[in-house]
Write a protein that binds this ligand. Structure first.
Ligand code: NAI
Ligand code: ISE
Length: 339
């Protein structure tokens, strides 16, 4: 570790999430600094590095990870670039915070699991930030306490005001519903065993060719049923809600009733514009805890196994979308290394 024990982080990918993580490490959290930024867009990466003292700019992740000032890696490039960056980080035995998805499919996620196991110690935390959100943490506490009895169903709504150009049906599953896959596994402590996907006639506001919204159903090995409304062109804001239906009651998060205003015969509150605003504190907590654990020589949070499990469920979801009907999730048995 460089500069009085401060963790030197290389941020790979400096788009929407990467640039926000650079800002977070530089201005918000403690114990780390951005030692290097990497992007295939040379102009973008230079502009970002120029604004940070002692930060080097690279267009090649391999060169950046060989920089002696780099102690840890935050991967925020697009999903298909994650595997190469992860394997390069393993070559230097560097700890990694990898934005979701770990990789875009189960076969490549499995290669990452195998490579991490060969290292002999865990190196990866996956960026499933909802596990660091105050409301989700509270929901997890209530469900784990047993005060509401067994969880029978979990209803989820996941709405984005708009989606980036080129968003596809498969991305609805791989980029968006992947978060509900992770929170289902984490909240219920059960594995997802089968996926079914339905959709109504698309909204007239959906981009051409996108079946939006969709309605996804998970079955779990504990006998719970989970549904997810995914709607990425709802137009009015960003909403993530979850309601657990349990034997002795229900528990619900995501109504965002921070401030209620009464005026001119109406009442109401605000809705976050996007995930960066809605989950700002969760991202801060996620990155701070990763830095703290790394500086203690530990690794915590969602593991590469969680990334693999989500990728396996995504695969079933994408097949269910394309083929119709119910598709069973195919997963390897959890290795002892990840227990
Ligand atoms: N946790 C969350 O809520 C969210 C996570 N994400 C995840 O963050 C990652 C990045 O997403 P965005 O920032 O939205 O994408 P983006 O498209 O805004 O940025 C990606 C950046 O990576 C660069 N890049 C592409 N290939 C590269 C490579 N091989 N090496 C280095 N840089 C490369 C691009 O030039 C671009 O600057 C994705 O894995 C995405 O799934 C995205 C949005 C929210
Ligand atoms: O991860 C994310 C995006 O990639 C995805 O496109 C959005 O739908 C999610 O809400 C966001 O959290």
């Amino acid at each position: 570790m460089t500069q009085h024990g401060t963790l030197g982080v290389a941020v790979i990918g400096t788009g929407k999430m990467g640039a926000d993580h650079v800002r977070r490490i530089t201005d918000v959290i403690s114990g780390a600094r951005v030692a290097a930024v990497v992007d295939i867009d040379a102009e973008r990466v230079k502009a970002i590095a120029d604004g940070i003292k002692g930060c080097a700019a690279y267009t090649d992740p391999a060169e950046a990870l060989a920089d002696p000032g780099v102690d840890a890696v935050l991967i925020a490039s697009p999903g298909p670039a994650h595997e190469a960056a992860l394997l390069e980080a393993f070559r230097h035995d560097l700890p990694v915070l990898c934005e979701k998805p770990l990789t875009p499919d189960a076969v490549s996620a499995l290669r990452v699991l195998e490579a991490e196991q060969k290292l002999g110690h865990r190196r990866v935390q996956v960026g499933f930030m909802r596990r660091f959100d105050a409301e989700y943490i509270e929901l997890k506490r209530v469900l784990s306490s047993g005060e509401l009895g067994r969880t029978l169903m979990l209803h989820n709504r996941h709405r984005n005001a708009y989606c980036p150009p080129g968003f596809t049906d498969a991305m609805l599953i791989n980029d968006s519903v992947v978060h509900e896959m992770d929170v289902t596994r984490w909240l219920l402590e059960q594995e997802i065993t089968a996926v079914t996907v339905h959709h109504p006639n698309p909204s007239s506001n959906a981009p051409e060719g996108l079946h939006d919204p969709q309605f996804v159903v998970f079955e779990t090995d504990g006998g719970s049923l989970v549904d997810v409304e995914i709607f990425v062109s709802c137009g009015y804001g960003y909403q993530v809600q979850a309601e657990a239906v349990c034997e002795k009651g229900t528990a619900r998060i995501g109504d965002q009733h921070g401030l209620l205003v009464n005026t001119a015969g109406r009442w109401g509150g605000g809705i976050a514009p996007d995930f960066v605003a809605r989950f700002e504190e969760a991202y801060d907590r996620e990155v701070q805890q990763w830095v703290d654990a790394t500086r203690r020589g530990e690794i915590s949070g969602p593991s590469a196994w969680d990334g693999y499990a989500a990728a396996a469920v995504c695969e079933a979801g994408v097949r269910a979308q394309a083929e119709g009907g119910r598709v069973e999730v195919e997963m390897i048995e959890r290795p002892a290394f990840y227990r």
